[in-house]
Ligand binder design. Structure first.
Ligand code: GTP
Ligand code: MG
Length: 335
């Protein structure tokens, strides 16, 4: 009888597929947005090159990792080799350059965790954050983008999870909840763990792409066109996976002992990383290993209050998908 109940429940969840896919479609940015971003990047690069002819601008974050919704701000990294200037000086100089070109709201935040210059382009209305030499972020952006090319369900799942997290206000690192980047890593880990697996572990495969950034070796398999059938044996629908994702984080994840690692393709122990106790402000109450900066826990922002909120939100989401009469609305109800 239990088995029958489970089958019925899965059948009911699978009926949500069209509704979830239409939500996903509505979140995807239109092509012309990409073109506008490229345009702006080129014109900013031209300005920068007047001062530093060899400097380059790279887009990273959601506008380049394929997990960006419409009207996202663009994250830009300035790659520059100027031994005479400190990072702060470079940022102040950048702010000067942009200010004199009529870009708006130009602001150098030299004391932020990641120091940046913020600006707004009055022609396109696009806002940008520009950081200096944060090339690891450019490489992890490529890794995420490559994962997204393997199976469409990753992009669908991550868009819906990000949309849920923004609606429920659990995507605010300054309030102790998780970054978008952390949610995408959670989705990749989850799809690596399905049986049969929907995603491989690119960092455990033969490296076809390798680069050393700030003494960190980054290497992974990036010929992902060869992996388009990887997840084909797994027929789970996006609706079922969404439910299973929340169910995993609500009821199955071992918060006391486990670290999720997309680098390793599974779970590793908190003990092996020495993440069992609070050190400084890092509490390790939910542990998400960065794929390249492996001493870096993306869950470190979560405190004893926000972990409770997060776990309650995971439970709420799983329960709504299973029991609510109008789940695709209730799930995203503003908090
Ligand atoms: P939205 O702006 O919310 O749509 O998402 P996003 O993909 O831009 O994510 P987010 O703003 O969280 O992060 C932007 C990029 O910065 C990510 O794609 C990463 O490349 C990088 N990043 C963010 N947080 C960290 C972090 O803690 N460590 C590292 N190494 N990189 C990070
Ligand atoms: Mg961003």
């Amino acid at each position: 009888r239990l088995r029958r109940r489970l089958v019925e429940c899965r059948y009911a969840i699978d009926k949500l597929v069209p509704h979830l896919l239409s939500i996903y479609q509505s979140l995807i940015p239109p092509e012309e947005e990409k073109a506008k971003q490229k345009q702006l990047l080129l014109s900013l690069e031209k300005l920068v090159n007047k001062q530093w002819p060899k400097a380059q601008l790279h887009i990273y974050g959601s506008c380049a990792n394929s997990f960006g919704v419409s009207n996202s701000d663009i994250d830009i990294c300035l790659a520059i080799d100027d031994a005479d200037l400190s990072k702060s000086d470079i940022l102040l100089k950048l702010a000067d350059i942009f200010q004199s070109d009529n870009l708006q709201n130009v602001q150098a935040l030299t004391h932020a965790r990641v120091p940046i210059v913020k600006l707004m382009d009055p022609i396109s209305g696009i806002s940008c954050d520009i950081c200096v030499n944060n090339l690891l972020a450019v490489v992890n952006t490529k890794l995420l983008r490559d994962y997204a090319k393997i199976d469409d369900r990753l992009r669908q799942l991550a868009f819906i999870v990000k949309h849920w997290a923004k609606s429920r206000r659990v995507n605010e690192t300054y309030r102790g909840t998780l970054s978008s980047y952390a949610y995408v890593l959670m989705c990749i880990h989850f799809l690596q763990q399905r049986k049969p697996a929907i995603l491989p572990c690119l960092q455990q495969m033969e490296a076809t792409y390798a680069i050393t950034v700030d003494n960190t070796k980054c290497a992974f398999f990036d010929r992902v066109e060869m992996l388009r059938d990887f997840g084909a044996h797994n027929k789970e629908s996006i609706a079922y996976l969404l439910w299973a994702f929340f169910h995993y984080w609500a009821y199955c994840h071992d918060y006391t002992n486990d670290v999720i690692s997309i680098r390793n393709g599974g779970i590793i122990s908190k003990r092996s990383k020495d993440w069992t106790r609070r050190i400084g402000n890092d509490r390790h109450l939910i542990c998400i290993e960065d794929p390249f900066e492996i001493e870096h826990d993306l869950g470190r922002v979560v405190d004893k209050f926000s972990i409770k909120i997060l776990r309650e939100e995971f439970e709420r989401a799983a329960d709504i998908l299973q029991f609510d009469s109008n789940p695709c609305v209730t799930l995203f109800e503003p908090y």
